[in-house]
Design a protein. Structure first.
Length: 498
């Protein structure tokens, strides 16, 4: 990217984005014109480059990001106070497929992963404790702590208990969501062995839950129902865990084709640089991975509103188009059923960083999935089946969405951020900074800085380095969230709690 003080992302745009703060009276020279900045404008924010009338659409990324609340002049700072979303309710859509063959060569790259008996590949070899219900979280945490102390995790990558609040007092959809996500965690290939830890009286009945797992590896997955244990359930749990640990530590990394890699695409704490640096960089990696035969997954459905037609028209088949329409409209109906507007999304941090409407956010957010065709569309809690680019139904909430990406089978999550966040889910959660300031301020959070793109580096230079970094993490290098032991899960809840 050329070093400049501003960028016009698309030739049709009626705004430019400031790469550095602008002061009132500064001049932006564009297309042979000098545009005088009318207000002090922070970095990452938008300046209008031509006059617009009240109600007229304002264009960024080549698409409307809302309309002007009142007449505005060239040079005005465009923000949430003068820009109004165009989003309303559900819509009808027409399939207008846009097929694009990406000229990306197969490179024969590999990473060092773990091959499982199921045929899947993992990038970690950990021992997990998965409670069927929140009532046994404390026992699970105690067991994990005791086993870590006893073994030092020698020969494996870690020992974790994935505690949560659910498994009981839930009905219908919420209950099934909990069961499906817990099933997905138990069967995830990043686990070399799993103890399913149950109470016994919960709605998520232990024996029924084990049936949900299907034909699972009984040497690597065991059930302990604490109410059925006579005496000390901790000692009974440790006896089972020692056997599982002995199995898991037999596993070794081996060279695996990069076509086996599955990455989740997520953003959080986004800013005005997200759609310029980190999201396009992740999009380039997603396209590269898909071209190698690998898999990427985009979620955060509410943050597709305003950019959804781009994704719909990239669907490979009419059936995938219909599934995408259903996914979008179902989430809009979810908002409306709770009396909430579909366009009220950007957070205070988003707005402070230069994102003014949900369309502004969505058009930047969807940069993460590059230009590859959509090969699969999944409901919340589904497991990956199709290679290539997939769409997954889940909300934008960072913890819930990242958990959903991991649960569907992603080995790691690529998480772009402009404001910064330390958290991670139950797979490596790599943070990609959108700007150099964040990377400098929070090196303990950030795995890679895409902010180099506004410091003079080009995408062609940076992409190979980013690919190498992702493959290094897939091969065992710890992500920052793993180094800090910031790891947790969150399950989507919509309905009644009994």
């Amino acid at each position: 990217m050329e070093q400049s003080t501003f960028i016009r992302i698309n030739g049709a745009d009626t705004v430019v984005v400031c790469l550095q703060p602008k002061r009132r009276g500064d001049v932006i020279s564009l297309d042979g014109r000098d545009i005088v900045v009318n207000q002090d404008t922070p970095a990452g924010h938008k300046v209008l480059i031509r006059d617009v009338a009240a109600g007229e659409d304002i264009i960024k990324y080549g698409y409307p990001i809302g309309h002007a609340r009142h007449a505005m002049r060239a040079g005005d700072w465009v923000n949430e106070t003068n820009l109004q979303t165009n989003l309303k309710g559900t819509l009808e859509y027409t399939y207008e497929p846009v097929g694009e063959r990406l000229p990306i060569a197969r490179e024969g790259r590999t990473f060092r992963g773990y091959r499982r008996r199921s045929g899947l590949v993992g990038v970690r070899n950990e021992l997990w404790i998965v409670p069927t219900v929140g009532c046994v979280n404390g026992i699970g945490e105690r067991l994990a702590r005791q086993l870590r102390q006893e073994t030092g995790c020698e020969g494996i990558d870690g020992i974790c208990c994935w505690h949560h609040n659910y498994g009981c007092s839930q009905l219908s959809g919420d209950h099934e969501n909990t069961r499906k996500v817990l099933r997905d965690i138990v069967l995830h290939p990043n686990a070399g062995a799993v103890l399913v830890l149950a109470l016994g009286c919960e709605n998520n009945q232990p024996d029924n839950f084990m049936e949900l797992l299907g034909d699972y590896d009984r040497e690597r997955i065991s059930l302990l129902v604490t109410q059925r244990v006579d005496g000390d359930e901790v000692e009974a749990g440790m006896e089972v865990l020692r056997k599982l640990y002995a199995r898991a530590r037999e596993d070794r990394r081996e060279e695996v084709p990069v076509s086996e890699l599955r990455v989740g695409l997520k953003c959080g704490g986004s800013d005005g640089f997200s759609g310029i640096t980190a999201n396009p960089l992740v999009g380039e990696l997603s396209d590269w991975l898909v071209a190698q035969g690998g898999t990427s997954v985009l979620t955060e459905v509410p943050e597709m509103f305003g950019a959804e037609t781009i994704l719909m028209n990239r669907c490979e088949t009419p059936e995938l188009f219909r599934k995408t329409v259903s996914m979008i409209n179902s989430f809009k109906e979810y908002f409306l059923s709770h009396g909430e507007p579909v366009g009220e999304n950007p957070s205070p941090g988003n707005k402070a960083g230069g994102i003014s409407t949900l369309e502004d956010k969505a058009l930047g957010c969807t940069q993460k999935c590059g230009r590859a065709p959509v090969s699969g569309v999944m409901e919340y809690g589904d497991r990956l089946e199709a290679r290539g680019l997939n769409l997954l139904s889940a909300p934008g909430n960072d913890l819930v969405a990242a958990t959903a990406l991991a649960a569907c089978g992603c080995h790691l999550v690529l998480f772009t951020t402009g404001r910064g966040t330390p958290f991670g889910t139950f797979v490596p959660t790599m943070k990609i900074a959108t700007n150099p300031v964040l990377a400098q301020r929070k090196p303990q959070w950030v795995d890679f800085s895409a902010g180099q793109l506004i410091e003079g580096r080009t995408m062609e230079e940076l992409l190979p380095e980013f690919i190498d970094k992702v493959l290094s993490v897939a091969s065992g290098e710890l992500a920052r969230n793993e180094e800090n032991d910031y790891r947790e899960i969150a399950i989507f809840k919509n309905g009644v709690t009994l």
